[in-house]
Design a protein around this ligand. Structure first.
Ligand SMILES: [Zn+2]
Length: 107
C-alpha cells in the first residue's frame, strides 16, 4: 500500500473514531469565537467589498426572459411574474415547436 494512502486511511479512521468529539470541538470553537468569526467575516467583506458588490450586480437572463440578479434568481423562480411569463412563453414556444415539427416532417 502506498504511504500516502496509508496516511489517508489513518486520518479517516481517526476522524471516524473521534467524529463526535471533533464535531463538538468545532461547535465549541464556534461558540467561544463567535465575535472573532464575525470579525473575520466582516474583514473579509471589507477587503472584498468591491468584488462582492460587483458579483451581486451581475444579472442573468432567466428562462422567462426577465433579467435577474444572480443572488435573487432562486427567489425569482417562485414569483408570480416568473411563473406567468414562463407560462406565456411556453404557449408561444409550443406554437413555434408545432411549426418546426411540420417543417421537419416535410424535410
Ligand atoms: Zn424567470
Amino acid at each position: 500500500m502506498e504511504k500516502e494512502e496509508l496516511i489517508r486511511l489513518q486520518k479517516r479512521k481517526y476522524y471516524l473514531k473521534n467524529r463526535e468529539k471533533l464535531l463538538e470541538m468545532r461547535r465549541q470553537y464556534g461558540i467561544e469565537n463567535k465575535e472573532k468569526i464575525k470579525e473575520t467575516k466582516k474583514k473579509y467583506y471589507e477587503n472584498n467589498k468591491t468584488e462582492i458588490l460587483e458579483k451581486k450586480k451581475i444579472k442573468e437572463t432567466c428562462e422567462c426572459g426577465a433579467k435577474i440578479n444572480r443572488n435573487q434568481i432562486q427567489r425569482h423562480y417562485k414569483t408570480k411574474k416568473h411563473i406567468n411569463l414562463l407560462a406565456e412563453k411556453n404557449i408561444s414556444n409550443d406554437n413555434i415547436k408545432d411549426d418546426n415539427t411540420i417543417s421537419e416532417v416535410e424535410n
